[in-house]
Design a protein around this ligand. Structure first.
Ligand code: FE2
Ligand code: FE2
Ligand code: FE2
Length: 417
C-alpha cells in the first residue's frame, strides 16, 4: 500500500475541529500558531515542532460533548482533567498519534503539579500548549490585537511558576516582543504553518493502521453524546458484514468498514444540542443537521488523493443520498449511487434505529426492519433490502455486540476519574 505523510492524515482531523466546529472556531488554529512560535524560539527539532503543532491544532478534541463545550473558553478551566483524558483515549489507538495523544493528555498541566510528577510523564510540548491556549483565551477578538499585548503578557506573567513553565514563559516573553507574532495569530493558515515545518514524517499505510486511524476519527463523533457513543462503530461493522452478503472482496469490505467509521465525521460541525434534542427537529434545525453530510465530504476531501481512499470518501459523503434524487447534500440519483454507498446508507439506518435516542428507547430488530421496509428502503433499494432481511438475526447479534463493546469503551471507569 502507498505511503502518506502524517500531515495529510492529520489535516482531516484538524479541519474537522477547527474549520467546521461552530463553537471553537479558530481557537485551535490560534493555539497552534502561538505554540509554533514558542517552540521554534525554544529550538525544538522539526519532528517535535510537528507534533507540537498537530497536538495544539486538536488539543480540545476530547471536549466536544454538550456538557463541556462551554467550559473551555473561560479564563479559568475549572476541571480540565476529563477532556484531556478523553482526548488521549480517542487518539491513542492510532500508533502514529501516540505521542500527540500523550501531549494532549497534559495540555492543562500546571507547572507546580508537574514538579511532583514522574520523570518522562509529561512531554515538553504540553507545557507550551498550556500557555498558548491561555494566551488565545485572553485575547479579545473584538479589540485590535496589538493593543492587547501588554495586558495579555501581564496576565500570563502572574502565573509563571505556579501555572506556567518558566522556560516556556521566557520564550513567550521574547517572541511576543515582535508585532508579527501577534498579527500572525489571526492571519496564518494551518497549511502555511505546516509549510514552515520541515518534518518529513511519512507514514506507511497498512490496513491495520488505517483501521486504527479511522477508529480514532470515529470516536471524535461518537463520544460527543451518550446517545451516539456506539453509532459509527456499529455502522462500520454492519457495513463490512453487508459487504460480505453482497459479494464484496475482503479489501472492499475493509473499505466499507472504514467508511462506516468516517461517514458522520461532518457532525463535528453540528451543535450537539441538536443531536441530543429530546423531540422532533424543526425544519430549520433539520437543515443544520443535514449539513453534516456536506462537511463529511469537505473533511475527507484530502484523503481522496490516495487511490485507496477514493471509494471510501464517496461512500461516506453519499450516505444520505437517495435513489430518487431527493437525498442530500448533492441530490444524486440511482444512476450514480453504487452498491457501496447504499450499503453504508442501510448500515446507518439500521444502527440508528437500534440505538437509544433522547426521545425513544432503542428499537428491537423486528420493529426497526419494519420501519426500514416501509419508510426507508424504497428510497435506497428494495431489492437490496430483501437480501439484507434474510440475515436479520445475524445482524441483530452484530448490533448487540457492537453496542456492548462501545459502551464498555466509552465508560471505562478509570477514564474519567
Ligand atoms: Fe483544553
Ligand atoms: Fe449521517
Ligand atoms: Fe450515521
Amino acid at each position: 500500500m502507498e505511503k502518506m505523510s502524517l500531515r495529510e492524515l492529520a489535516v482531516p482531523i484538524i479541519k474537522s475541529i477547527d474549520s467546521f466546529n461552530y463553537l471553537l472556531k479558530s481557537h485551535h488554529r490560534h493555539t497552534a500558531i502561538i505554540s509554533w512560535h514558542i517552540g521554534k524560539k525554544m529550538g525544538l527539532s522539526n519532528e517535535d515542532l510537528f507534533e507540537l503543532v498537530v497536538a495544539a491544532a486538536i488539543h480540545d478534541i476530547g471536549a466536544l460533548s454538550v456538557q463541556e463545550r462551554d467550559l473551555l473558553v473561560r479564563e479559568d478551566v475549572i476541571n480540565p482533567q476529563p477532556h484531556c483524558i478523553m482526548g488521549h483515549h480517542m487518539l491513542k489507538p492510532f500508533e502514529a498519534f501516540r505521542q500527540i495523544a500523550q501531549i494532549i493528555k497534559h495540555h492543562h498541566i500546571k507547572y507546580q503539579d508537574f514538579l511532583n510528577m514522574a520523570d518522562g510523564e509529561v512531554m515538553f510540548q504540553s507545557h507550551i500548549i498550556h500557555l498558548a491556549d491561555r494566551v488565545d483565551i485572553l485575547i479579545n477578538p473584538e479589540e485590535f490585537i496589538l493593543n492587547q499585548k501588554k495586558r495579555v503578557l501581564e496576565k500570563i506573567k502572574e502565573k509563571v511558576e505556579t501555572d506556567f513553565h518558566p522556560d516556556v514563559y521566557a520564550a513567550f516573553d521574547e517572541v511576543s516582543l515582535s508585532d508579527i507574532f501577534w498579527l500572525e495569530i489571526n492571519d496564518l493558515s494551518i497549511d502555511d504553518l505546516f509549510d514552515r515545518i520541515d518534518a518529513n514524517v511519512d507514514f506507511k499505510l497498512t490496513i491495520d493502521n488505517i483501521m486504527d486511524f479511522s477508529l480514532s476519527l470515529s470516536r471524535i463523533i461518537d463520544y460527543r453524546s451518550r446517545f451516539t457513543a456506539s453509532h459509527s462503530y456499529t455502522v462500520a461493522y454492519l457495513a463490512k458484514q453487508l459487504g460480505k452478503y453482497f459479494g464484496f472482496s475482503d479489501e472492499d469490505c475493509q473499505k466499507l468498514q472504514v467508511s462506516g467509521y468516517l461517514h458522520d465525521i461532518g457532525k463535528i460541525g453540528v451543535d450537539p444540542g441538536l443531536i441530543e434534542k429530546n423531540g422532533p427537529l424543526s425544519d430549520d434545525e433539520f437543515n443544520h443537521v443535514k449539513l453534516h453530510a456536506y462537511y463529511t465530504g469537505q473533511i475527507l476531501k484530502n484523503l481522496s488523493r490516495s487511490e485507496w481512499f477514493k471509494d471510501i470518501v464517496l461512500w461516506s459523503q453519499n450516505h444520505h443520498e437517495k435513489n430518487n434524487g431527493h437525498g442530500y447534500p448533492q441530490g444524486l440519483d440511482d444512476s450514480v449511487l453504487d452498491t457501496g454507498a447504499k450499503i453504508v446508507a442501510f448500515s446507518d439506518v439500521i444502527s440508528a434505529l437500534m440505538e437509544n435516542r433522547p426521545y425513544r428507547d432503542s428499537l428491537p430488530v423486528d420493529v426497526a426492519f419494519n420501519i426500514i421496509k416501509e419508510k426507508i428502503a424504497p428510497s435506497i433499494s428494495l431489492s437490496m433490502f430483501a437480501d439484507i432481511e434474510q440475515h436479520k438475526d445475524e445482524i441483530n447479534d452484530l448490533v448487540v455486540t457492537c453496542h456492548q463493546h462501545s459502551f464498555e469503551e466509552y465508560e471505562l471507569e478509570d477514564m474519567l476519574n
